[in-house]
Design a protein around this ligand. Structure first.
Ligand SMILES: CC(=O)N[C@H]1[C@@H](OP(=O)(O)OP(=O)(O)OC[C@H]2O[C@@H](n3ccc(=O)[nH]c3=O)[C@H](O)[C@@H]2O)O[C@H](CO)[C@@H](O)[C@@H]1O[C@H](C)C(=O)N[C@@H](C)C(=O)N[C@H](CCC(=O)O)C(=O)O
Ligand SMILES: Nc1ncnc2c1ncn2[C@@H]1O[C@H](COP(=O)(O)OP(=O)(O)OP(=O)(O)O)[C@@H](O)[C@H]1O
Ligand SMILES: N[C@H](CCC[C@H](N)C(=O)O)C(=O)O
Ligand SMILES: [Mg+2]
Length: 493
């Protein structure tokens, strides 16, 4: 595509005098520039992309987009814009010919439940016969093809490229997780969502957002944007958990029809007769005057919320209730979400991705419901992430467990011992707290399993599907499920 065509109509302040040229691709990282690319320089949190303009040019960039006055060698076009991060989304969407306008787009945001809810909605669409694309924390999928992921929500240029690939492969509906980082950093601009889902908001990511009000404002962006970019036909819907205290504020931001769901009135889709067991949850919900009795293989009360959100997405698309039921009941589970590791032992081992105070509280209260004996919790907190959640998670873990084993979870560039100290500040506030500290996660899992007796439940929280432990800048292979299985094997032999 010619640079002049690519820029036509986009908010550009100035283009340097340089001959028009064909743009072969777009890169926001100089190391990924190839000859003829447009390099978009982003002012980041760690470094500044404008420092890499020369590197991009050396690698053959034919044009660079900047928001700072950086010199560019003669013969390279310089495009000055007000905000390169936002421009990246706009120009990438144009470059890939607006793929989101060719498919149904569903975005799911909220602190917890995004991965689970997107998986459930995806199952409903597939049962309905649609070819789908799935984008999220665990993996991206085009139909049955699995692609690796870097982020929960990809950077805008990568996202638009992925969407174009999906559109090119005749995908009809895309179901994606929309993180709050993505909303603030313009990653999902030009996604033209048809359906947006709000699961809940509780404390996380305050390192990035500053405070809860800002965090909520970020989540609200998905709903404020809904229906504003009307380049495609079809109804738009906001699907909102009305039990969440922030629901009202989110609803206020909406200009499209809202479907509410929850376990309490005034939810439009109201779950009743909720029954939780180790093997799943059951509940009833009335859909268009018809009672739907659902028996899920996912367990925990929180999964009733995730399932209700998925039912609502199906209802918004007029998908028959019988199809919705068949799809939801067929989902065997989501990897790393309340995943049982069973080697025939006489106690349960649960691996779960709970990595926020609310997530931990939910998973432990579900675990407690199925515990005849003691509840043992192994957990840690991520390094280079929200520090304020550490003491809260520490308090919750010891209050809700009979024994907490405090360990490491991706310490990244922080000192693991210091992260543990932050957790212990919350632990020590609880009278009679029963805990032990084992910084090495493998040893912690082994110890918990060694301690467990008949009827006990061991919850290993925080890493779920992750297959690594990040220490410093290095990633080591590590999988809680494998470690638990190994420990059980060792134990039983
Ligand atoms: C806070 C955040 O989201 N940061 C993201 C952001 O980084 P940044 O703006 O700070 O980038 P930077 O490192 O300062 O670099 C600035 C620019 O220089 C470029 N560069 C850098 C070096 C070089 O040699 N050449 C070059 O061009 C970089 O590519 C970048 O464009 O833009 C980068 C490029 O897209 C991302 O990789 C990076 O994600 C970091 C690694 C990250 O950890 N993000 C997490 C927190 C995140 O996004 N999480 C959410 C999920 C959260 C949840 O809900 O649980 C997610 O959606 O995954
Ligand atoms: N609706 C919910 N409400 C509260 N907690 C939940 C809910 N759904 C799941 N959880 C808990 O949160 C953990 C993460 O769930 P899930 O992966 O679906 O969320 P997510 O929003 O995708 O997380 P992330 O932000 O890391 O991508 C689960 O393992 C479970 O413990
Ligand atoms: N999306 C979350 C995942 C946290 C998972 C936990 N294992 C950690 O590394 O803190 C984040 O990036 O904050
Ligand atoms: Mg997720």
């Amino acid at each position: 595509m010619l640079l002049s065509d690519l820029l036509a109509g986009l908010p550009v302040l100035e283009v340097s005098q340089a001959p028009d040229r064909r743009i072969q691709g777009i890169a926001y990282d100089s190391r990924r520039v190839k000859p003829g690319f447009l390099f978009v320089a982003i002012k980041g949190f760690k470094t500044n992309g404008h420092l890499y303009v020369a590197d991009a040019v050396e690698r053959g960039a034919g044009a660079v987009a900047v928001q700072e006055d950086v010199p560019v060698p003669e013969g390279v076009a310089r495009v000055l814009v007000a905000d390169t991060r936002e421009f990246l989304a706009l120009v990438a969407a144009r470059f890939y010919d607006y793929p989101a306008r060719k498919m149904k787009m569903v975005g799911v945001t909220g602190t917890n439940g995004k991965t689970t809810t997107t998986n459930l909605i995806n199952a409903i669409y597939r049962e309905h016969g649609l070819k789908t694309g799935l984008i999220g924390t665990i993996e991206n999928r085009i139909g049955d093809r699995v692609l690796p992921v870097e982020h929960t929500t990809p950077e805008s240029a990568d996202l638009q490229q992925l969407l174009a690939e999906m559109a090119g492969e005749a995908v009809q509906a895309v179901v994606m997780e929309v993180s709050s980082h993505a909303l603030v950093l313009h990653r999902v601009q030009e996604c033209e969502f048809d359906t947006a889902v709000f699961t809940n908001i509780t404390q996380d990511h305050l390192d990035f957002h500053g405070d809860m009000q800002e965090y909520l404002r970020a989540k609200g962006l998905l709903f404020a944007g809904l229906g504003r970019e009307a380049h495609k036909q079809g109804p738009k819907h906001a699907i909102i958990n009305s039990d969440d205290p922030a629901a009202e504020e989110i609803i206020k931001a909406c200009r499209v029809p809202v479907i509410t769901y929850g376990l309490r009135p005034p939810a439009g889709l109201l779950a009743q007769n909720v029954r939780v067991t180790a093997r799943g949850v059951s509940f009833d919900v009335t859909v268009n005057g018809e009672n739907l009795s659902l028996h899920l293989r996912l367990t925990g009360k929180f999964n009733v919320y995730n399932a209700l959100a998925a039912v609502a997405a199906g209802v918004a698309d007029n998908i028959p209730p019988a199809t919705i039921k068949k799809a939801l009941e067929g989902v065997p589970g989501v990897p790393g979400r309340f995943e049982l590791v069973d080697r025939g032992q006489d106690f349960a081992v649960v691996v779960d991705y709970a990595h926020t105070p609310d997530g931990l509280e939910n998973v432990l209260s579900t675990a407690r419901e199925i515990t005849a004996g003691r509840l043992i919790t192994v957990f840690g907190c991520g390094g280079d992430r929200d520090r304020a959640k550490r003491p809260l998670m520490g308090g919750i873990a010891v209050r809700m467990s009979d024994l907490a084993v405090v360990t490491s979870d991706n310490p990244r560039t922080e000192d693991p011992q210091q992260i543990i100290e932050d957790i212990l500040a919350g632990v020590r506030k609880v009278d009679g707290a029963n805990y032990t500290v084992i910084p090495d996660r493998r040893a912690a899992i082994r110890q918990a399993i060694r301690d467990a007796g008949p009827g006990d439940v061991v919850v290993v929280a925080g890493k779920g599907h992750e297959t690594y432990q990040i220490i410093g800048d290095r990633r080591f292979h590590f999988d809680d499920r494998e470690e638990a299985a190994k420990a059980l094997g060792a134990d039983l032999n």
